[in-house]
Ligand binder design. Structure first.
Ligand code: C2E
Ligand code: CA
Ligand code: CA
Length: 685
């Protein structure tokens, strides 16, 4: 029966069925074949039919019979060949089906999306990965009204499609931005292949590789390479690039542009005293305020540390750049709140150097350098804290650089061979005798000759070279003066040594002074350290403590150049200072100054301070100082700063007694004892 035959076939050990059209029991071959397929058997079937039975043959083939053989006399001869052919066919088909299945599985599971689109860009097939990449399956890639492509890429994509369509088998690669369902853009690398002629494909196959994450990373890296991590501002590289482009544009259109170089004043103090976290907060606040001072398309960049630069384009005139500098000063005037630090408010200011581009400025570097030179000038001059670049500054900057180079060479640790000290007597105005000498440094430059301190002390201060130089000066002077005290009965002079602000700020200053005193044997009471008012202005508490520690050593203190700074006598009252040196400016021009000197001297005496008049050049000035009540006088009238031998001779010659009194016919020491040739205007006559 049919059922029995089907059961037998189900055992699976039969590879091929040869089925006669006429079966026993009234069953037709075709009916059995239908049952067979209905039961799910995939067995290949060869049908055997009668010669006359053409309609049956057609029906059998339609139903899927693999082959048929006409029942002629020779049919058995043909059978083996037919069996072999069908079996081969079946195996091939199975392999094909398997490979197609594998392929399908691959397509379904690869991370890259695969789209098949027709020549109009309509999507014929989209793999699941496409939906994963784009959030949905698109219907159209590049045709009219395509919303999938980024607007910038629509036209290039249409061109690419047109080119591909004309070249069967051709492949093109491109990167695209495709719209994600969430409205964002995905970056994909697309490979487009024209498989229009390929049976079973008939389209342009696009594989889409999602590189959004990589693009984001690249963008982030690019941002990092061109921006400052702390403030998010452009960095030097980006600034220089923008400046170069802006210069080219400005030259083409005849526009004015300027670079502002800003440097925070005393930022190091903030960093050192409040810590780096506070410093960072200040920098971030400054960055933000600077941004607010300029228009949106101007560039504010951070070069590093506390240095910022601003590029201003399309200026009406250079005055506009100055107005921005004013705005910066105003914007920075408000305290920067730094919670959790004491004090919680940090006051900051900036110096600004301005360089306006001229046709001479070929490169960004040129303009930046000029702004930097102007900045240096701004730093030096004080309020207003900005300066416009002036070509004359170039010469000064070059000079400064040369001097700095020489200075670094000349000052080594413990070795200051090119330096020497001169000593200027400080005279008791009542008795006329030398009460003390002030050590003043000179630089015997191999090419320039003797260089005055005004020409190199500020630079040494700025570069920190003042520290080794100052240490050397203090020690040399102490040793020298101590050596003069050998003579029997002679009262040796006291010694005044200048201390620069930077030296004073050194944490180990007190210990260093103590060491020098111990090493040289100079009694501490014979040493007076001269400091300027600026030193006293900074951080009152620390300053006072340091001054007390110095006086505890037995050292005396003098305020130098009094009257040129801002300190008041009331303020000085609280400080352990012994002497006030009134600046020479007060003794130069007549009347009104004399009244001031008298008042200051009285007040100082009231506070227990001695007063020294500086820069007394004439007998008249000496008389004025004496009349005002000053205790001591110093100046060319008595003596210029003298080389040590001259002072020693003065001493050894018993001249520790009164110097020639002011107004004496005796000529001042300068002319008799070897003038100090450094940096002083020649005296008339
Ligand atoms: P200072 O401390 O006020 O020194 C007095 C300056 O006035 C000296 O200039 C001196 O030569 C000059 N002077 C003295 N009498 C007269 C006068 O009658 N008329 C005029 N016009 N000038 C007079 P110098 O030696 O050129 O020193 C200039 C400044 O350099 C000093 O001013 C001081 O601030 C600084 N300095 C000098 N040596 C040292 C040093 O070893 N260390 C430090 N930190 N600073 C020093
Ligand atoms: Ca001095
Ligand atoms: Ca002085």
């Amino acid at each position: 029966t049919a059922a029995a035959a089907l059961a037998r076939l189900a055992q699976g050990d039969i590879a091929l069925l040869v089925l006669d059209y006429v079966l026993p029991g009234g069953l037709t071959g075709l009916a059995f074949y239908a049952d067979l397929r209905a039961a799910g058997h995939a067995l290949p079937v060869i049908m055997v039919t009668g010669q006359s039975n053409e309609a049956t043959v057609i029906e059998a083939l339609r139903l899927g019979v693999n082959d048929f053989i006409t029942k002629s006399r020779e049919y058995l001869d043909y059978l083996p060949e037919a069996v072999a052919r069908v079996l081969t066919q079946v195996r091939t088909a199975r392999r094909l089906a398997e490979s197609e299945q594998r392929f399908r599985a691959l397509v379904q599971h690869v991370a890259d999306g695969i789209l098949v689109v027709d020549t109009a860009g309509r999507v014929a097939y989209a793999s699941p990965a496409v939906a994963r990449i784009l959030g949905a399956v698109p219907t159209h890639l590049a045709g009219t009204g395509a919303t999938l492509l980024h607007p910038d890429e629509l036209a290039p994509m249409q061109r690419q499609f047109a080119a591909l369509r004309a070249a069967p088998g051709a492949t093109a690669r491109t990167t695209l931005r495709l719209r994600h369902r969430d409205g964002g853009w995905r970056h994909v690398e697309a490979t487009l292949t024209n498989l229009l002629a390929e049976p079973g494909v008939g389209g342009i196959v696009c594989t889409l590789h999602d590189v959004t994450a990589r693009s984001a990373l690249e963008a982030q890296l690019a941002h990092q390479a061109f921006h400052d991590a702390l403030t998010g501002l452009p960095n030097r590289a980006l600034f220089t690039d923008r400046l170069a482009h802006a210069l080219a544009r400005a030259a083409r259109h005849g526009e004015t542009l300027a670079v502002l170089f800003c440097d925070l004043d005393r930022f190091k103090v903030v960093n050192d005293s409040l810590g780096h976290a506070a410093g960072d907060r200040v920098l971030i606040a400054v960055a933000e305020r600077l941004r607010r001072c300029v228009r949106a398309d101007d560039t504010v960049a951070r070069l590093g540390g506390d240095e910022f630069v601003i590029l201003l384009e399309g200026l009406a005139d250079s005055g506009e750049a100055v107005r921005v500098a004013d705005r910066i000063a105003a914007a920075l005037a408000d305290a920067v709140p730094v919670p959790a630090s004491t004090p919680p408010d940090v006051f900051i200011s900036a110096s600004v150097g301005i360089a306006v581009a001229t046709p001479d400025h070929d490169t960004a570097t040129d303009l930046l350098r000029d702004a930097d030179v102007a900045l240096y000038r701004a730093k030096q001059q004080g309020a207003p804290r900005y300066a416009l670049f002036d070509p004359l500054m170039h010469a000064a900057a070059a000079e400064r650089l040369a001097l700095e180079t020489d200075l670094r060479r000349a000052i080594g640790p413990g070795a200051c061979a090119e330096f020497l000290l001169h000593y200027q007597p400080i005279v008791d105005l009542a008795g006329g005798q030398v009460a003390a000498v002030e050590a003043l440094v000179r630089w015997r430059h191999p090419a320039r000759g003797l260089v005055a301190p005004a020409a190199f002390i500020p630079l040494a201060e700025e570069t920190g070279l003042i520290l080794p130089l100052g240490r050397w000066g203090l020690e040399t002077a102490c040793r020298r003066v101590q050596a003069w005290s050998g003579g029997p009965g002679a009262t040796p002079p006291a010694l005044h040594v200048n201390l620069s602000p930077r030296q004073f700020a050194q944490p180990d200053l007190v210990a260093a002074v103590a060491r020098v005193l111990a090493a040289t044997g100079l009694p501490p009471a014979r040493l007076t350290l001269e400091i300027t008012e600026t030193v006293l202005m900074a951080e009152a508490a620390v300053t006072t403590e340091k001054l007390r520690a110095l006086t505890a050593l037995g050292v005396r203190l003098a305020i130098d150049d009094f009257g040129t700074g801002y300190s008041s006598l009331a303020y000085l009252q609280r400080l352990p200072v012994d002497t006030l040196k009134i600046d020479r400016a007060f003794f130069q021009a007549g009347g009104r100054n004399r009244a001031i000197v008298r008042a200051v001297t009285e007040l100082a005496h009231g506070l227990g301070l001695a007063v020294t008049a500086e820069g007394l050049e004439t007998a008249e000035q000496v008389a004025g100082a004496r009349a005002a009540g000053c205790d001591h006088g110093q100046g060319y009238h008595f003596a210029r700063p003298l080389p040590p031998e001259a002072v020693a001779a003065l001493w050894a010659g018993g001249r520790q007694g009164p110097l020639p009194a002011a107004g004496d016919a005796a000529r001042p020491l300068t002319t008799t004892r070897g003038a100090d040739p450094v940096g002083q205007p020649p005296r008339p006559g």
